[in-house]
Design a protein around this ligand. Structure first.
Ligand code: GAP
Length: 477
């Protein structure tokens, strides 16, 4: 794993993710498998919250988008039509001596060759003359050649070339292949979208940067079908919508940027593409791509399947193959960005006062202690509310607190903790990013109030127990 610059290293993130139960190496007891990851109890909640937020905002709250859940394995012709069989490749370079394999753009970065304006065009991936393998230091390198990233599989008992197909490398093609069925049943008119969340698989030459580039990952993709000639406006609309959405899950504006593709970097059928970029500890990298893809996909499926993909526009009495704008995001990358963004080490005063950011490598000054806190936005926080009885050996406190816990638990993912000093319990929740904690104490027995403690400000206020749910509803949503 690479060591990085800035406030946080990727090692810190990975070790924290393992300790707290966000992310584990897949098959760890057998030494792991490169490019595959398992999400632990907190990680799975974080990912679910990301997907729920996306589904709610992209599908449920819009009248012009419907959902789909297509199969991971599809007919091989889908991938021939989409162009993946022929062209879903990354340029690969081998060392003739130590046999180490590189992705050409990553190798160029390792060799210190700067691509012009960070170009994503393959034609720019040319090795400098006489370049040697950085791993063994002496090996001659092959010129870049294409390596197809799709995992092959053979449904059925016979493993033959005829029944070969692939694990999907993107969810999008399931949407295009079902365009006619969805259109027929959903009674939507262009412009409208079909959205899908699901696993995708790519046999990445060199998985790296923790979960950022994995071989199995999840995508959230929207294919928004539009009238020909309206691509530019809709593309701009979706770029703005998607950037706003990242704000709504807690990524600050200053950590996000756009990468606008130059004409020579675009696929031949695309008229525009913008990547939403996040400032990760290992550099500014893509979270999501938003492309105006014209009618390429539907037209290719029309050609390969022989089924018409025409849409009949009742207003103009015209028939056309719709064009598409595609916002395509990676759940795992968003989860990683949220974890990196949330992590803080702070110095907090022992008495009253504000917390301040800890200075790396220095102990807390006198009168302060260091706390680690994950400042997740309440929308994505794995646990939303923790509930504590002040003392575990006082049944009247435990019973009352249990009542509060059971009243909140059907609505949010809540955490029950009755072990240890109350300050320790708050710290444990800070460490996993729980935005609110409720403590039931002796006063609660008298006046039916409890202490509501807020993670970031550490402010505590007394709230009537019957008003708790409403207060939390406002803050968490
Ligand atoms: N249908 C368009 C498409 O798949 P993409 O840019 O190749 O476009 C979309 O992928 C998103 O999927 C990326 O922005 C990224 O978030 C995620 N993604 C792609 N490859 C990934 C990988 N190897 N590991 C994790 N996420 C990946």
């Amino acid at each position: 794993m690479e060591t990085e610059t800035g406030r946080l290293s990727l090692e810190t993130v990975a070790s924290l993710c393992k300790r707290r139960g966000f992310i584990f190496q897949s098959s760890e007891i057998y030494g792991g498998i490169n490019g595959f990851w398992d999400y632990g109890p907190l990680g799975v909640e974080l990912k679910r919250n990301i997907k729920d937020a996306w589904w709610s905002d992209i599908v449920r709250r819009r009248e012009d988008v419907v959902g789909l859940d297509a199969s991971i394995i599809m007919h091989r012709r889908v991938w021939e039509a989409s162009g993946h069989v022929e062209g879903f490749t990354d340029p690969m370079v081998d060392c003739r001596s130590c046999k180490r394999r590189y992705r050409a753009d990553q190798l160029l970065a390792e060799l210190g060759v700067e691509l012009e304006t960070g170009s994503k065009a393959e034609k720019d991936l040319v090795l400098p003359p006489g370049a040697k393998c950085p791993a063994c230091g002496a090996g001659e390198l092959t010129p870049p050649r294409p390596f197809n990233l799709m995992f092959e599989t053979h449904p059925g008992a016979v493993q033959s070339e005829e029944n070969k197909t692939y694990l999907r490398p993107e969810t999008a093609q399931g949407i295009f292949a079902q365009f006619n069925n969805v259109l027929a049943v959903s009674r939507r008119k262009v412009p409208f979208g079909i959205a899908q969340i699901g696993k995708a698989f790519r046999n990445e030459i060199n998985p790296r940067n923790y979960t950022f580039r994995s071989r199995e990952f999840e995508q959230m993709e929207l294919e928004f079908f539009i009238k020909p000639g309206t691509g530019a406006q809709w593309h701009e609309y979706w770029v703005n919508e998607r950037l706003k959405w990242y704000g709504s899950i807690g990524l600050p504006e200053e950590s996000l940027s756009r990468y606008v593709y130059g004409k020579d970097e675009l696929a031949h059928y695309a008229s525009a593409c913008v990547d939403v970029m996040y400032a990760f500890p290992f550099g500014v990298q893509e979270l999501e791509g938003i492309a105006a893809r014209g009618d390429y996909d539907l037209r290719r499926h029309q050609e390969y399947s022989g089924k018409s993909m025409d849409y009949f526009d009742q207003e103009t009495n015209a028939k056309y193959v719709p064009h598409v704008v595609e916002p395509s995001a990676g759940v795992d990358r968003i989860a990683l960005a949220l974890i990196c963004n949330a992590y803080r080490e702070e110095w907090v005063p022992n008495g009253e006062g504000e917390a301040r950011e800890a200075e790396p490598g220095r102990p807390a000054p006198e009168g302060y202690e260091t706390r680690t806190v994950m400042r997740f936005h309440p929308r994505v926080a794995p646990v939303k509310v923790a509930v504590f009885p002040l003392l575990k050996n006082k049944p009247e406190l435990v019973n009352k607190a249990r009542g509060v816990f059971e009243s909140l638990q059907p609505r949010w993912n809540c955490f029950w903790d009755q072990v240890g000093a109350i300050g320790r319990r708050y710290r444990r929740q800070d460490e996993i990013g729980t935005p609110f904690a409720v403590t039931v104490d002796f006063q609660s027995l008298e006046d039916n109030t409890a202490t509501l403690r807020e993670r970031d400000s550490m402010r505590q206020q007394r709230v009537r127990i019957e008003e708790l749910r409403g207060r939390l509803e406002e803050a968490i949503g």
